[in-house]
Design a protein around this ligand. Sequence first.
Ligand SMILES: Cc1ncc(COP(=O)(O)O)c(C=O)c1O
Length: 217
Amino acid sequence: MIEDAAQAHGATITNSIGEKTYTGAIGDIACFSFFPSKNMAVGGEGGMITTSKQIYCERLNSIVNHGRSSRVEAQQLGSNLRMSEVSAAIGVVQLTHLDQWLQHRRYIASKYLQECKSNTKLIMPKVRENTQHAWHQFCILVEDEDAFIKHMDERLIDSIVHYPIPCHKQPVFINHPQHQDDFTITDSICKKLVAIPIFHEMRADEIERVISALSSY
Ligand SMILES: Cc1ncc(COP(=O)(O)O)c(C=O)c1O
């Protein structure tokens, strides 16, 4: 199983005997994104693959390095997917702040959830039991996304539908057997899931401004 952990830095799940697992250690392989908007970044494009299995480790190290098995021999097709040392150095410093940044994201999310729970026009995200969310995005499900975005816009607050086209409907998958399939829930909510501001530098007055805008919707 390959985890798409691109937005999930620091998210956890705890099992029935209290053992906590971080994203990145759930599947066989996990992929993290360090794109600049993510919970931690590297000052440019970048990413990280994690695995606990030696066989994948060797194969992945080879794929990111032109498929080489040694300095002179290529055993498979690969590419140059090596992140720069400078980017990695920035990432190492950012990693030391991640816990604190996550705590702030979780604080903001808890304020939004607390303050908006009685607003029936906003369907707020739910955190699954025994998990800790990474809150890369805070997405609200609304009936009329245009009206909601206009309402936020008038109060100078950014809000956006990030993924209006689900994966299976992307043109690149036009020949995929599931391209025309109905994924009832995905298809019905993909245009109505609106992301509102959440980021680790968000100030108390900015959080209050968002809450006030949500409350008046
Ligand atoms: C869920 C998810 N998967 C994959 C990616 C791709 O990450 P990258 O652009 O670093 O390759 C992103 C980036 O936005 C993402 O949010």
